[in-house]
Design a protein around this ligand. Structure first.
Ligand SMILES: *[C@@H]1O[C@H](CO)[C@@H](O)[C@H](O)[C@H]1NC(C)=O
Ligand SMILES: *[C@@H]1O[C@H](CO)[C@@H](O)[C@H](O)[C@H]1NC(C)=O
Ligand SMILES: *[C@@H]1O[C@H](CO)[C@@H](O)[C@H](O)[C@H]1NC(C)=O
Length: 220
């Protein structure tokens, strides 16, 4: 019982942190103009976004601060000014069965929470999957580009909706060119500036006590 409640809280805490299942205003999003030739019945934007580089997952491990997000998630549109400082920690070991452990720390009502998840590696470097309770609720994750030491651009796609994230190794000294690069990549996915949500650069959670850790492995 407690477990169910905690999982629901995790969903709230992680709202919009990956692909949203809502479109702006609750309206169904308009289909994009088809690119020709339409070979597949449905083209997922993330599928046509090749990784810019060959990602070495080992170098992605460690702490990343969430700095900016591009999303059309209704929750962010309505509460975008109230986003909470968020930091993730990626752990990978060869023995972990092709998975990356992900810890996300964020605040909710002044309380720090930690959510534990696993992303499954796929045969394509830089592409991962976060399993949902049903296959159609899986989140496809793409590490679009990174220099491993200062920034990473990630794409999350769930049910056809994309969310983009800009992470930084440091919370508060993101360079202007990197931010511009993120804005340009977001624009390519149809996220104009109004859909970009900067995250706080201070007050990140440190250690979280056991009572406020939510285990979403294998799923929530
Ligand atoms: C990330 O997680 C690993 C494994 O739990 C831990 O050893 C490491 O200290 C964490 N790193 C940070 C920056 O929190
Ligand atoms: C890895 O996966 C195999 C097969 O699913 C399983 O038997 C094994 O316990 C897993 N190992 C770890 C470390 O999770
Ligand atoms: C950001 O700050 C850290 C720590 O002060 C420093 O090591 C790093 O070089 C800085 N990065 C940039 C891009 O200025």
């Amino acid at each position: 019982m407690v477990g169910v409640w905690r999982c629901m809280l995790a969903v709230v805490l992680l709202m919009c942190l990956w692909g949203s299942s809502e479109a702006v205003g609750g309206a169904k999003s308009r289909p994009r103009p088809q690119r020709r030739p339409p070979k597949k019945p449905k083209i997922n934007p993330i599928d046509v976004t090749p990784p810019a580089q060959n990602i070495d997952i080992q170098q992605m491990t460690g702490r990343w601060y969430l700095l900016n997000s591009a999303s059309k998630c209704t929750y962010l549109i309505n509460h975008g000014t109230k986003v909470e400082p968020t930091v993730i920690n990626l752990t990978y070991s060869i023995t972990s069965n092709q998975t990356v452990s992900v810890s996300t720390k964020t605040r909710h009502n002044h309380q720090c929470w930690e959510i534990l998840q696993v992303y499954n590696l796929t045969p394509t470097p830089g592409r991962l999957t976060l399993k949902g309770s049903r296959p159609e609720l899986n989140t496809d994750i793409l590490i679009g580009e990174t220099d491993y030491s200062s920034y990473a651009v990630m794409y999350y796609q769930k049910q056809g909706k994309i969310t983009m994230k800009l992470y930084g190794r440091s919370a508060d000294n993101l360079s202007e060119p990197i931010l511009t690069k993120f804005e340009q990549l977001a624009e390519k996915q149809d996220f104009q500036l109004a859909y970009l949500f900067p995250f706080p650069t201070y007050s990140h959670c440190g250690d979280v006590d056991q009572d406020h850790i939510i285990n979403c492995v294998p799923t929530c």
